[in-house]
Structures are given as structure tokens and as C-alpha cells.
Design a protein around this ligand. Sequence first.
Ligand SMILES: [Zn+2]
Length: 509
Amino acid sequence: MALWSSIGHLVQASVAATLLFAAGVTAATAPLPRTPGELRRSVSHAEMLIFLQSLPRSPGDLEISITELTRSPEGRSIPIVHLRRRGARNPLRALVFAQQHGEEVSGKDALLFLLRDFAAAPDSFPPDLELWLVPMLNPDGAEGGRRNNGAGVDLNRDHLLLSQPETRALHALARRLHPHLSVDCHEFTRDSRDYLQRGWSEWPLITMDAANHPLLPAQVYETGLHWVEEAAAAMAGLGIAYQRYLVGDAPPQGELRPSTLDADDARNSLALHGGLSFIIEAGVRRRAANPDADLGERVSAYLHLLRWLLAPDPQRRAQLVALDPARGTPLPSWLPTNVFWANTRVRETLVPVIELASGRTVKISTATVMYDRIVKTAQPTPWGYAVASDAAGIFRVLLGAHGISFESVTAGRTVATSRCRLLRLEEEYDEVYHRYEGRQIVTCAEAQPQTLPAGTLLVALDQPAARTAAAVLDPRMLYGLYQYPPFRALVGEYGTLPVDLVAAPGVTP
Ligand SMILES: [Zn+2]
């Protein structure tokens, strides 16, 4: 669908746009003030479309093109902006997207300032970079001031299922681009109840974390962490309160850990394609009288961090290039199926917090900042998976959305398979160990020869999407498909799962 015809329609029809013009804001300046500090509120979807329309398409030797990534469930256009210097040879590819969570706004505003500044000063665009920006991935949530999209889905928990147009389109794009660098922009709450009760708010204005899924090649994980640490020095030099992203309750008792180790968010699921992948979270004071009062500060911090990430630093560029071979690293012979964060060395961490009464930063000593990934169970890596023919319909859609190759068995073929059973689904959030609800507890039998009926889908792990295939399909993953109702409905009598492990292709034991 042509974006600009829809925008032309929107400009004529939209009440927001009419009000904008009525207020004397012209397309050339709308909706960004001169500096982030002058922002009084976040840019709306309609304003963003007008702003994008106003951008020059070929300032200097910079080429800017704008297309539609997809449409939201409520029919809103989701634009994607592509920037590249004319004649750039082998540029590094970066994909930056924001506002997956509709009420987390500052990443979007920062991307619009970034675009404006590149368009105004094209020489500032790194010559060795090709950049794709999706400033507002969830316009339905943005317009409603809520986390979820128009279908009521939390997009950043949908990257395993890819059930929504936004996540499907993002993954299709990432598979086409194979970005060296992906960045997902969010906001966290600095003044959660747990901190407020102690008279504190969280210290950082902006945080970042890298992909950490246990199936990632070690080089990807370690390079990502290295960048997270290097950014700390860079941001400290600019006077920006930055730290590695930590989620959890207030110290000293609250567990504080980096981002989730699972594959259902954008950061980890995109990293499984190869390349570095980060989440950035700016801190919002949601309980403040006017949470927008420091919007400019958040946007400014975002801009500094994004410019640092995209800057043509020779060492970091070399690290990105060095990761290319890691994309082809085969899976290990084991799959970590139950993994969590812990503090294995009983290290003390001093967590800075802001004491609200005095405005001072104080450091709280704690042993519950958990930086170590713990593997509790790992299982042998199978040759692949066999999806039962009567579940093939839903799995074809899933495999297609993830770009996972499969073969549809036409005649009976005998292979060695392990049948797996769901023992139970743990529905409750585990307060003691801070484990999310929806854990699937699965047991698999010894491999037996089985003649696969026609219509069985056979998925080999000897394929470029092997990491994604294992993360999505392996029934032994602690957080997998069977926590979701459409897949839970496929669990048969006695808990039989629709996906078998295949020990080897066409071999009987
Ligand atoms: Zn978020």
C-alpha cells in the first residue's frame, strides 16, 4: 500500500492534523521544536507522518526513503525510513525501532530528532552506514497511551509467536537485512512503588542491555556486553546517568537482574539471526505530577546514546564485521533449556538510587544484583523436529513467519523420534525465585523408530535459522509455545505434544 496516498488522506481527514495546522504549525517545522529540551509532549502518530512527509529526500549525498513497513491491527500506517549515503560501499546495516510499547515514547521522539538532524546536516551521517528506522512500531498503543497494540497483544512478548502484523513485519525485514546492529527503544519506570516506599527513585536516566539468549554464539553475547560497558564510559563523559539495564525491585532485598534470557522479546529473537542486538530503556517518573516534564532530558539522553552506537568508531565497526562469521556458527551439541540469572560469586554491588528528600545519590550495598547466567538443565541437540500432521496448519504459519525451512513429508518415512509430554504448565508467577508464569514442564521418551504419516512437517536444524528453530520449536525449552492458548490447545490426551524430537534423518536405531 502506498504510504503517501494514505498520508494525504490522513492530513485531509485527521482531526489531529487539522488542529496542528490550525495552530499555525507548518509541515516543514512540525512537530519538533528546535531542541529536545523544548519538547512539552511526545509526537503523535499523525504528527509523525506529517513530519516524515516534510523530510527532504536527497539532502547532499544522503538518500532518505520512506515506505510503509505494515499496518497495525487498527489500520494505522507504520512507516520505515531508510538512510544511506549515495555510493556507499558495503555499509554496515543498522535497524533501530521504537515504541513497541505504546506508552514508552522518548525513543520515538529521539529517532525523529536524529532524522531531522541527519537531513539538515547530511555530512554527519556515517558514510559506512545503512540505517533503517521504525520510529513507532505500535501506533495503536501510542494513540491509546497503552502498552499493547490494537489487538491487545504485548508486542515485546510476541517474538516467539509472531502473531501480530507488527512483529511479523519486523522479523521479515530483519531476515532480509541481516542487520549488524539492532536497537529496540523502550522506557522503564524510575519511581515504582517499591522504590518510592523507601523514599527513592531509580538513579539512571537511560540504560542499555545486550542480547543474552543462551543459544547465541559466545562472541555475540560478549561483544554486546562489551558495548554496554563501553557506553557507560562514553555517557559518563557526557554527564548522562547511564547504567546497564536492571529490572526488579529496590535493593537491598529486591532481585535485580539484566534483561530476560528468553526468546520472546525483540532483542533476543532478532539476535538469533546474528548481529548485535540491544534494548535501550529511558527512565520515566510515571508518578510525577507531569511525567512529560523531563521528556526533553530523556530524548536528549537517547540521542547521545544512539549517536554513540551509530558513530563510525573503528574498533566497534571492526567488532561488528568480526561477528559476521558467528552468524554461521553451528549449534552446540546441547540446548540450554532452563536458564536463569544469579550472583554466583556472592559479589557486593553498590546500586545508586536517588534519595527523594535530599535529591542526593546514595549507594545501596546488595548481593542481589545478578549478572551470571546459570544453566540449570541442558539437553542433547536433536537432528531436528517432526510436527504432527494434524497440527501442521498452525505450525506452517509459525515456521513461515520465522523463516524456518521445513519439508512436508509426502510418503511414510521411518525416523528415530522422541515423543514428548507436557507434565504441567506452571501458571503462577514464582515470587520466591522470580520466575514468570507459563513455564512448561516437559519430559521426552527414549528415541523409537516411527513412520511419519504424510503431512508431517520435518524441520532440520542444519539450516541458517537453526537457532531460531531450536528456540521456537524445542518442546523442552522452559518458556515455549505451550504457554500460549493456541498451542496449548494442541496438547493431546496424556499431555502428548505435537512436536517430536528427531534423532537423525531416515535412520532407525
Ligand atoms: Zn517496554
